[in-house]
Design a protein around this ligand. Sequence first.
Ligand code: ATP
Length: 329
Amino acid sequence: MNIVLQHIAPFVTCKHQPLINFRDSLTIDPFIPPRRKDKVVIVMGATGTGKSRLSIDLAKQFSAEVVNSDKMQIYEGLDIVTNKVTDKETCGIPHHLLSIIDPNEVFTATDFCQRASKAVDSIISKGQLPIIAGGSNSYIKALVNDDIEFKSRYECCFLWIDVNLKILQRFVSERVDKMVKEGLVDEAREFFNPDGDYTSGIRRAIGVPEMHQYFINENNKMINEDTRDKMLQIAIENIKVNTCKLACCQRQNILRLESQLEWKINRLDATEAFEKKDGEAHQAWNRIVYERSTQIVRHFRGEELLNIPPPPPPSSSTSFLHKVATMTH
Ligand code: ATP
């Protein structure tokens, strides 16, 4: 009997003893499990890849709310130029940090971290899943990597919609033409600055500084209509070039985050969906982007273990590219 007690004694004692005891002042009970981190989904991708569309589709399936992480869409105004989702496109999914800052105000990455943390907190307190979506990778890095509080409280699942750059650049150039038809010029004129300073607030958005030369000469009677038209065409061309450059930089930034910070980013190659048209494009998108990301998010949330059936794909749309064109930046 004694021998048995001797053998089990260390285990019995262990159960009632703290693992660490720093001179009786700090005790850590080994049987209190660490607090489980709340889950956050992050949708990344260059301008035009379909981040808004994916986040809304996922939000419908997972009862989620979207937090914008595009540094220009945070400002009020320039809805066409910055490609904000319309009320109709949100399908009733609440969107946070969209059009909340005065266009002339300075808004920093630190401001973003404070606002985004608050939004994520409130979404979680409602029992919903937060989806952070947008192209500003410096904001995502500041929040997920540099904000110690956020890092300690949340676990992130990264989804990256990637599209072959050549194909994406053709797509975003065509999108600029659509934006012009929808009223880009009038919208940009509201932020024309005769002093030529486009270094702060929403004036930095691609689509505003490029129009400067045209706006300066717009009412100049010495300039004939032909020359004015040419100036407008040059401005539109510059918007296209700068949007293509932005897409390239954003893609490189994601690759850098992946390699330097060793983030496990789930890359979804949506190129096929951009090469096809209408129904076929929609099917490809559902298969490569939507269904795969649904599986990834279900796995991330541990739903597969609970045997929750997967959701059906969203219903087909007549014009896939139109939908992406109007819902992304
Ligand atoms: P960086 O550190 O280079 O600013 P970032 O990832 O934080 O990178 P981006 O979102 O890539 O920021 O924005 C870079 C620049 O691209 C902005 O300052 C702005 O000029 C332009 N830009 C970004 N988003 C938009 C948008 N939605 N509409 C128009 N222009 C944009």
